[in-house]
Design a protein around this ligand. Structure first.
Ligand SMILES: *Cc1c(COP(=O)(O)O)cnc(C)c1O
Length: 361
């Protein structure tokens, strides 16, 4: 790694691609002879309008987003979406949620403020170590949508097959897997992702929403800012947007296109994750926490024989120059988050370290 940078295995904020950071560094004082930094720029200026339009166009190209979907940049990070989804989409006051761990739990808790939440499947019985079968869910006819957290960042599971929603709208929190592999946008009514896991700086979410779901038909109490329509009508510039974040995300979109798009990104991610999973599968000392079929390409929780030993391993990795391998406080153990921007060499170096550690036991 250049510039004295460390392999940062954090679940978020996470690493950004080094070539992107270098480009940003070059442009930070004076963006392309505009005489100012993007941080200082009016969101209504010609220069920024071009940055915004290019970011949206590049994301559309990357994900092959159909014309009847809008791309929105909404401030407030991921958590605001837990409220915006039910506020805007619960027309009948009933929604179905699949409970696969911490982040779907938070979404469920928030949605209950706005209507009836039906948990139609859960993996709580086995500590969220798998994704429940969602091929034949009991979905009431009047359900407004079916909600999933497509990749559970803390528990390390991922949906390899989307639920059968029986014609209902699918809403997905893709925060920790956004742009990690191809996505068929038409399968969803709404996709959202907090950007600090796989794209840019924290504090903003990308929302991809089918146009017919953008309506004024929301409860009277809905704050103006929390209506999708407010953002859709004003091209995400109802108020001052986070121009810096949009600029950084746009750079990452372009970078992923330059790698060959999401098929190429998926291939890289699969090769990278295999290095770690193959090691965990062969280790006597470490053990992955998730069943094989449902494990995430992005977040890899694992354990050593005891909590004390987990803590010792975390300390040793830190000493060796790897950062943020401690598992989330709610589940313990260790977790390596290996998002798009984590180089394969980072995972190889970690595995070598863990192998040596095991051999010394
Ligand atoms: C990080 C994360 C969030 C929350 O994002 P914030 O920007 O911190 O609010 C929500 N869902 C998932 C799956 C996440 O990984």
């Amino acid at each position: 790694m250049k510039h004295g940078r460390t392999f940062n295995f954090s679940a978020g904020p996470a690493m950004m691609p080094e070539p992107v950071l270098e480009e940003i560094a070059q442009e930070v004082l004076n963006y392309r002879e505009s005489g100012m930094s993007v941080m200082e720029m009016s969101h209504r200026s010609k220069v920024f309008t071009a940055i915004y339009e290019e970011a949206v166009a590049d994301l559309r190209k990357l994900m092959n987003i159909p014309d009847n979907y809008k791309v929105l940049f909404v401030q407030g990070g991921g958590t605001v979406q837990f409220a915006m989804v039910p506020m805007n989409l619960m027309k009948n006051g009933v929604a179905c949620y699949v409970d696969t761990g911490s982040w779907s739990g938070k979404a469920i808790k928030e949605a209950k403020k706005y209507g009836e939440v039906k948990v139609v499947a859960s993996s709580e019985d086995k500590n969220y170590s798998y994704v429940p079968d969602c091929s034949d869910l009991d979905i009431p006819d009047n359900a407004d949508y079916v909600y999933i957290c497509e990749n559970e960042t803390i528990n390390g599971t991922t949906f390899n097959k989307l639920p059968n929603t029986k014609g209902h709208i699918l809403v997905s929190d893709q925060s920790s897997m956004f742009l990690s592999k191809p996505c068929n946008v038409e399968d969803y009514g709404l996709i959202w992702a907090g950007v600090q896991k796989n794209v840019g700086p924290a504090g903003m979410a990308v929302v991809i929403i089918r146009e017919d779901l953008i309506t004024d038909d929301v409860p009277d109490f809905t704050p103006t800012y929390l209506k999708y329509k407010t953002h859709a009508d004003k091209d995400s510039m109802y108020n001052t947007p986070n121009c810096w974040d949009i600029y950084c995300c746009g750079k990452v979109f372009k970078y992923l296109l330059s790698l060959g798009g999401l098929e190429a990104v998926q291939k890289l991610n699969e090769e990278k994750a295999a290095v770690l999973y193959d090691f965990l599968d062969s280790s006597e000392y470490f053990k992955g926490s998730v069943v094989k079929e449902d494990r995430s390409l992005m977040n890899v929780p694992f354990v050593s024989p005891s909590a004390d030993e987990d803590a010792a391993v975390v300390a040793a990795t830190k000493e060796a120059g790897f950062d943020n391998l401690k598992g989330h406080r709610s589940v313990g153990g260790l977790r390596a988050s290996i998002y798009n921007a984590m180089p394969k060499e980072g995972v190889e170096a970690l595995v070598k370290f863990l192998k040596d550690y095991e051999a010394s036991k």
